[in-house]
Design a protein around this ligand. Sequence first.
Ligand SMILES: [Zn+2]
Length: 329
Amino acid sequence: MTTPSRTTSRMTTRHLADGREIIYVDDPGTPERTAKDQRPVEPRVQSGEIRHDALVDDWVAVAAHRQHRTFMPPKDECPLCPAGHGSVPSEIPESDYQVVVFENRFPSYAVTSLGADVPDASGIFGTRPAVGRCEVVCFTSDHEASFKDLPVERVRTVIDTWAQRTEALGAIPEVEQVFAFENRGREIGVTLPHPHGQIYAYPYLPDRTKALLGAARRHHERTGRLLGADILAAERADGSRVVVSGTHWTAYVPFAARWPVEVHLVPHRDVPDLVALDDEERDELAVVYRDLLGRLDRYYVAEDGSPVTLPYIAAWQQAPAKTGRDVSR
Ligand SMILES: [Zn+2]
């Protein structure tokens, strides 16, 4: 069950030259978004197929066209800066924006897919169309900024955007999981330095989600309680790994951390996804999340004493769109 998205932001949906959707998320009172994409009309790139990886019983998107995507362009060729700021056409027709979302030009998943639905009786070479959606979320028009530098109000705009997209994408019949994330840093594999994140709407449950859901279900069958809630309560009672303790949120280093630097940020209330967060929870999330990202850049210090900008993957693990929502939190 979800509750309506709580946002005062104005969302304006328009279309790019190749037909992809672009959604401007603006404070009320911002001038209307009417700019046309000046690029020539061209057919949109469709997604390929997902292949069954029989070895681990998982699915993998095979997207050959992604080999041709833009890789680390100089600043004046950045496709995520607003139009008119560089030497190449932007993905964003407006000359400025606050937060903007658009369909990825080189999608691993799209509503129209070239992939074939070919089940394989042997269970080894099965393929399905890569139906779903991949979106890019630009957090700011400022090329040089980082998420942690955004004003708290703008972080809140991004949170509202993630929630609205989670609700909209989760409603697509084929979509099983909506995954919003930000990769920062060349070391993590970022191909565009402009501050942005992505949202993947998968037509299957990724491995990690399947594992989380399985553990949550087994715990619920055994105890009648939610595993996420029990872990949070245990971490709060122990306290030794707690990084931030808020009214609505707690951040802690997981007991069995897998990364050199790993923090889980979880809500106190049992909610399945970002959509279900109320206003107060979203407001505090904006403050706490921004604070956490700032800490990452103060964690390591170089030999000359200067702070090290830490590459990171920040991702929101939400309940699946269609199944297991009663045991996920
Ligand atoms: Zn840029």
